[in-house]
Design a protein around this ligand. Structure first.
Ligand SMILES: Cc1ncc(COP(=O)(O)O)c(C=O)c1O
Length: 387
C-alpha cells in the first residue's frame, strides 16, 4: 500500500499525506474493480488484502430518464448503494478493519446513526472480529435488527448520538479496541476519498464541474475534497469540482454556519427528519466541511422533508436507484441548487447517492447482545456477564 509521508491537522483529526506523483494512480482500464485499486494512495503495508468483502468500484450511472426530466444532459449518479451493506460506510469500515487485522485487533467499535453500524457489524462478521456498536435509543428498529443479526453487540444510549460517540470513543481508549468512529479515525477519510478517484476515472479521467453529497458528521464530503485535491497533487488534473453539501432542514447546523446564522431549535431537531444518516447536531468535522466547500467554490444547502421524499421517489422511478432519505439528499439538494443559481443545467454534475434502506430477513437476532447503557462500567458488566 502507499507510504504515508506525514500528516496535518484536520479539525483535530490527522490528515494523511503521501509522496504524490502520477505513478500512484493505476493506468489500466479494468471492467470491474474495488477500492483496493487505489492502494498506493491508501495507508498500510504491502501484501495481500485481508478484508474479505469486495468494496467500492460502484457504478457511475448516466440515468437517461432523469436527465431528460431535469433537462440536465450531463447528470450522473454515483451509486454507493451497491456496496455490500448498501451504503458508502462500507469503504471506511473495510479500511479500518484491514488495519485492525494487520495489528492483531479482535474488537472494533463505532457509534453510528445507523449505516456505519450496519457496515461495521457485517464487516466484522466477515472478518471474524467482534463488533461493539453504540447508537441512540432513537435508532431505527430495522437498522438495529440488521446489526444484531450480524452478531454485533449493540448498546443503545438514551442521550442520543453525541453521547453514543463519547461512549464508543471512551471504550476504544479504555479497552484498546479498534476505533472506527467517523471523523475520529483518519482512515475513514482515506477510504471514502476513493469515491473521488473512481468518479474521475469513470468520467474518462475527467472531473465533474459539481459534486453534491449529503453531510452528517462530514467525512463523506471532506473525503471527496481530499480525493480531488490528491488528483491535483499527483499532477493528474489542475482543478477541483465545486462541492455542494446537503443537510435536512430540520437538522442543518452546517448550513446555518455557512450562512453565518445561529440555528434555531427547529433546525437542530434530529428526530424531526427521516434523513437519520445526516441528522447530526454536532458534526464531528464540521469546520473541515465548511473549509472544503468554501475552498472548492461550492455551497451548503438545506432541503425539506418533502423534497427528500420526492427525491427518493424520483431516484426509484426515473433512475431505478433505491435510496433512503439521507441517501437521496443529493438529488433534493440539486433541485434547490439549480433554483438558487448555484448549478447550471448544462454542467457535468455528479450526485452521490450514499445509502439504501435494507431489510433484515430470517430469524430474529439474539436479544442478549443488546442493552441500554449510559456508562462504560455498564458496558463492561454486560460484556463480562456474557462471556
Ligand atoms: C445514507 C447516509 N448518507 C450520508 C451520511 C453522512 O455521511 P457523513 O457522516 O460522512 O457526513 C450518512 C451517515 O451516516 C448516511 O448514513
Amino acid at each position: 500500500m502507499g507510504n504515508v509521508t506525514g500528516s496535518v491537522d484536520l479539525a483535530g483529526m490527522e490528515r494523511l499525506q503521501y509522496d504524490y506523483s502520477s505513478a500512484l494512480m493505476p493506468q489500466d482500464r479494468p471492467d470491474s474493480f474495488t477500492m483496493w485499486r487505489y492502494r498506493k494512495l491508501l495507508p498500510g503495508a504491502d501484501g495481500p488484502v485481508r478484508y474479505p468483502m469486495p468494496i467500492g468500484g460502484t457504478p457511475l450511472l448516466p440515468a437517461p430518464a432523469l436527465r431528460q426530466t431535469l433537462g440536465m444532459p450531463r447528470l450522473w449518479i454515483k451509486d454507493e448503494t451497491r456496496n455490500p451493506t448498501a451504503s458508502n460506510k462500507d469503504r471506511a469500515t473495510a479500511l479500518v478493519i484491514e488495519d485492525g487485522l494487520r495489528n492483531g485487533k479482535d474488537t472494533i467499535t463505532t457509534a453510528s446513526t445507523g449505516n456505519a453500524a450496519i457496515a461495521t457489524a457485517f464487516g466484522a462478521a466477515a472478518a471474524g472480529v467482534r463488533a461493539v456498536i453504540f447508537v441512540s435509543t432513537d435508532c431505527q428498529p430495522t437498522k438495529l435488527a440488521l446489526m444484531a443479526q450480524a452478531g454485533a453487540w449493540v448498546f443503545r444510549v438514551p442521550d442520543g448520538y453525541a453521547a453514543a460517540v463519547d461512549l464508543s470513543r471512551g471504550a476504544a481508549r479504555t479497552f484498546g479496541w479498534l476505533d472506527r468512529n467517523t471523523g475520529a479515525n483518519p482512515l475513514t477519510i482515506e477510504a471514502k476519498k476513493t469515491v473521488a478517484f473512481e468518479v474521475w476515472e469513470q468520467l474518462g479521467r475527467r472531473l465533474p464541474d459539481v459534486m453534491i453529497a449529503p453531510v452528517g458528521d462530514g467525512p463523506t464530503l471532506v473525503a471527496l475534497d481530499k480525493g480531488f485535491a490528491e488528483l491535483v497533487s499527483c499532477g493528474l488534473t489542475t482543478r477541483q469540482p465545486r462541492l455542494i453539501g446537503v443537510q435536512a432542514e430540520h437538522c442543518q447546523p452546517l448550513v446555518r454556519a455557512w450562512l453565518g446564522m445561529a440555528p434555531g431549535p427547529a433546525e437542530l431537531d434530529p428526530a424531526a427528519t427521516l434523513a437519520d444518516g445526516i441528522a447530526v447536531v454536532r458534526p464531528a468535522i464540521g469546520d473541515a466541511v465548511l473549509e472544503a466547500v468554501r475552498g472548492s467554490g461550492g455551497a451548503m444547502t438545506a432541503v425539506t422533508e418533502r423534497a427528500l421524499l420526492s427525491a427518493v421517489a424520483t431516484l426509484a422511478g426515473e433512475a431505478g436507484v433505491g435510496a433512503e432519505p439521507a441517501g437521496a439528499a443529493a438529488l433534493a439538494g440539486l433541485e434547490s441548487a439549480v433554483e438558487g443559481g448555484l448549478v447550471d443545467r448544462l454542467e457535468t454534475v455528479v450526485l452521490l447517492v450514499t445509502g439504501r434502506e435494507t431489510k433484515a430477513g430470517g430469524r430474529p437476532a439474539e436479544p442478549s447482545r443488546s442493552a441500554v447503557v449510559e456508562t462504560l462500567d455498564e458496558v463492561q458488566r454486560v460484556l463480562e456477564g456474557n462471556r
